[in-house]
Design a protein around this ligand. Structure first.
Ligand SMILES: C[S@@+](CC[C@H](N)C(=O)[O-])C[C@H]1O[C@@H](n2cnc3c(N)ncnc32)[C@H](O)[C@@H]1O
Length: 201
């Protein structure tokens, strides 16, 4: 972690950070304004979250990430831009979704380029699974969108089958999203990017 990322975490956590709680929190009380919520899981260095929060001040953005340098990077940039529509959990999304986020509280949940775990013996570590979708479903509002992107062919097939095959979702148009850091690396390597989006029924 760079010095400035560490400093940002120390100085700005109280302003932007949320702690894991035993039960669901009232998301409306966490943000300056009561407006629709987008959740981004695994935001990495936070560039996509930052761009969306800047472009869409009439939405609130809740990021969930375990990578501390990325969280520090995001907090520093959010502070520089004086953004009041971002909050962050520095914890495992399984724990955060399972314990802290109330039912029907998010209009959109996005997961851009989850770790692909390319080796077959590591596939079981992949974040997107039937069990994980069952954690996401209650958190979304009716008609809420789940948007996932990946640049790994096998994972793309797995994600498409899981999302399209889940009876709690229907297929929908792919929303706009910014390009991410991990995506640009994949594109340079010649990877094809797949976006999958579904809506809660
Ligand atoms: C391949 S990176 C992609 C980062 C970013 N979305 C991008 O496209 O540049 C995947 C990110 O997911 C985060 N991550 C992995 N498992 C997670 C979990 N259970 N909860 C929250 N974040 C997680 C990792 O720390 C990492 O930053």
């Amino acid at each position: 972690m760079s010095d400035s990322q560490r400093r940002a975490l120390g100085q700005l956590w109280d302003q932007y950070g949320l702690e894991v709680s035993d039960g669901p929190i009232d998301l409306r009380e966490q943000f300056a304004k009561d407006q629709p919520v987008t959740i981004e899981i695994g935001f990495g260095m936070g560039d996509s979250l930052l761009e969306m929060a800047t472009e869409e001040p009439s939405r609130n953005f809740l990021g969930i990430e375990v990578h501390k340098p990325g969280i520090g990077h995001l907090l520093r940039a959010a502070d520089e831009r004086e953004l009041a529509n971002i909050k962050v959990y520095a914890n495992d999304s399984v724990k955060v979704l399972g314990h802290c986020i109330p039912d029907a509280s998010a209009e959109c949940l996005q997961i851009f380029f989850p770790d692909p775990w390319p080796k077959r013996r590591h596939h079981k570590r992949r974040l997107i699974s039937r069990g994980f979708l069952d954690l996401i479903l209650p958190v979304l509002q009716h008609d809420g969108v789940l948007h996932v992107a990946t640049d790994w062919k096998h994972y793309a097939e797995e994600i498409t089958a899981l999302l399209h095959g889940h009876d709690g979702f229907r297929v929908t148009d792919i929303p706009w999203r910014p390009k991410t850091k991990y995506e640009l690396r994949g594109i340079k390597l010649g990877h094809k990017v797949t976006d999958v989006a579904v809506r809660k029924i």
